[in-house]
Design a protein around this ligand. Structure first.
Ligand code: AMP
Length: 476
């Protein structure tokens, strides 16, 4: 399959060749022709699958086909003409043709950067990001150019919409990128408001890790006769990423093991995920003192500092990024070989997003979780969500003192035998085993009690599910 066969125009194909793309990814193969034909799309695919190009390439193709005359004057040109006519220039709202909504600023910037790459030969088409944290005068300058494409986080966009700076009456294409994440972050009302301000005859494309539940309901409301595309690629299942768990006794054990693993020869660059911003800073400081080139990335940092850190990571001057979930979402640096969960994520979905920072663009990667004995249940939740077993590994000289203390039973609703795609390797102990939900005695002699598990409503009793810093975990 080639990009030509997808029906894209030659200017776009040339840009893709120059960017080193030789063939479309599975999601692009399915989405591009349907979107060029004007269909609404509901796409379930993860970041890393090439989803940005899947919605941006057909959109650029369609926008490039619009006659320049129909594109109208920019607000700046209108003001100049008014001055030439000796009239008082009136403010004119930007009228974008395409809007991409993303959950985070980083993802928005990445979408804009990729769009610039794909549209390098389409001089008339401009894309700009409208983001929280960016100074208003700068945003007004960008909007005054009347860009064809706006890439925005919902909150800031609403501000501009409500103050009349943006008019969506000419909008042709609406994209919701990582829709599940936007809903998780509480953007539903903003999204509904934005969608309501766009024309009914727009084309809508929704991308999401899942199309179930709340996302599915919203997707059905805002699309018309959509084509549903479900991509279960190797990257989706992260089959190119070797996952493992190391149990640790306490914070000091965790830090020593982390330092040791960070010195692995196969490690080029790494992201270390922490639960709190403060931990990200503390660990970055500690690693720098230990001789690593490390930097923290989290939401308390100014946008400028975040961008500088990401640039350093891309250039390779930062080797180890210590990050929180939101800040690291969407980071796309192909030289990241390892992801570490210094703390496990709150939600299993975040585990999938986190480990997807490695194994980019068809490479292999390593995802290593450093887990306190008390957190065994949370590993199981992740295993159930991903339907993959995560092998437990022990490094000689860094063995945990405590063994077998973690709850090791399966809970009802676990996956079934044969679902194991992660696969513990011979000689590795898997944390939990398919079939153990039967309550039958286990071959390894570990008790099958559901100690600590309080049923579906266990949120209140489980520090793992709490928004409080997890100091009660025993290692803080
Ligand atoms: P995304 O899923 O949009 O985050 O894309 C993941 C990475 O794959 C990005 O670095 C893209 O530049 C890259 N990419 C997207 N499509 C292709 C393609 N057809 N060939 C090679 N790389 C691609």
């Amino acid at each position: 399959m080639t990009f030509e066969a997808l029906g894209l125009n030659t200017s776009i194909i040339k840009a893709l060749t120059d960017a080193g793309y030789t063939a479309p990814t599975p999601v692009q193969q399915q989405a591009v022709p349907a979107a060029i034909a004007g269909k609404d799309l509901l796409v379930s695919s993860q970041t890393g699958s090439g989803k940005t190009a899947a919605f941006m390439l057909p959109s650029l193709h369609r926008l490039a086909a619009i006659e320049p005359a129909a594109a109208g004057k920019t607000p700046n040109q209108e003001m100049q003409s008014a001055r030439a006519r000796n009239e008082r220039p009136r403010f004119k709202a930007a009228q974008p043709k395409m809007l991409v909504l993303t959950p985070t600023r980083e993802l928005a910037l990445q979408v804009t950067t990729n769009t610039d790459k794909y549209s390098v030969n389409l001089r008339r088409i401009k894309a700009v990001s409208i983001l929280g944290g960016m100074p208003y005068p700068k945003q007004m300058q960008l909007l005054a150019k009347n860009p064809e494409i706006l890439v925005a986080t919902p909150g800031r966009l609403i501000d501009h919409m409500e103050s009349g700076k943006i008019d969506f009456s000419q909008l042709e294409i609406l994209v919701l990128d990582e829709a599940d994440r936007m809903l998780d972050m509480g953007f539903i009302d903003d999204i509904e408001k934005i969608v309501a301000a766009t024309p009914d005859n727009r084309q809508t494309m929704l991308f999401s890790a899942t199309l179930d539940g709340v996302v599915g309901n919203m997707a059905r409301r805002i699309t018309k006769d959509p084509q549903v595309i479900q991509i279960m690629s190797a990257a989706n299942k992260h089959e190119n990423i070797t996952q493992r768990v190391h149990f640790v006794d306490d914070l000091s054990h965790k830090n020593r093991l982390l330092d040791h693993l960070l010195r692995d020869e196969s490690l080029d660059q790494a992201v270390v995920f922490t639960a709190t911003k403060r931990d990200a800073d503390t660990i970055a400081d500690r690693l720098n003192i230990a001789g690593f080139s490390a930097a923290a990335l989290h939401g308390d940092m100014h946008q400028g500092a975040r961008n500088r850190t990401l640039d350093s990571l891309r250039r390779g001057s930062v080797k180890i990024l210590i990050a929180t979930d939101v800040a690291a979402r969407g980071i796309d640096v192909p030289t990241i070989t390892h992801v570490f969960n210094y703390d496990l994520p709150k939600f299993p979905e975040d585990y999938v997003h986190r480990i997807g920072r490695t194994g980019r663009a068809g490479r292999n990667g390593h995802a290593i979780s450093l887990v306190n004995h008390a957190e065994g249940m949370n590993v199981k939740r992740i295993e159930r969500f991903t339907k993959q077993l995560i092998p437990v590994n022990v490094v000689e000289g860094y063995e945990p003192k405590k063994t077998g203390s973690a709850p090791r039973s399966s809970r009802p609703g676990g996956w079934k035998p044969g679902d194991n795609r992660g696969g513990a390797k011979p000689g590795q102990r898997s944390f939990s085993k398919p079939g153990s939900s039967s309550g039958a005695p286990r071959r390894d002699g570990v008790s099958g009690s559901n100690e600590g598990y309080k049923g579906p409503g266990f949120k209140a009793n489980n520090p793992y599910n709490s928004d409080r810093p997890r100091r009660s975990y025993g290692d803080r």
